[in-house]
Design a protein around this ligand. Sequence first.
Ligand SMILES: O=C1C=CC(=NNc2ccccc2C(=O)O)C=C1
Length: 124
Amino acid sequence: IKPCNLTGWWENDLGSKMQVFEVGKDGTFSGQYHTAVSSTKKPIQPSPVTGSQHLDEDGQCTFGFTVNWKKFSDSTAVFVGQCFNGDDGKEVLHTSWLLREKVDSELDDWKATRTGHNTFTRAG
Ligand SMILES: O=C1C=CC(=NNc2ccccc2C(=O)O)C=C1
């Protein structure tokens, strides 16, 4: 199976784009996240990404990465997932995510973390 290297541009089903810079020998990487969603009109500057992927020779690598949203309301998202080579030969990242938004009171802590899933494919 072709080994999966996350370096390059990815797009998720929301239209957000992520650029992964080169992946180190230890599997760590950094990158930039250009979100397509935001609760404000203000265009958001790209947000820093840091992560780590497995680099086993058998491909199908699992990974995790964190996005620190550079926006006035500070939130953090963590993604975990696996890279697959689709039958059409196209790489696809199946991910689950947790989005933590800052709340002003501990009483609101219960509602501060959302979860979901996203699929990323190589951006054209
Ligand atoms: O200021 C903000 C705060 C949170 C955001 N969450 N985006 C996400 C959260 C989960 C999965 C995908 C995305 C995305 O932007 O593609 C984006 C901008």
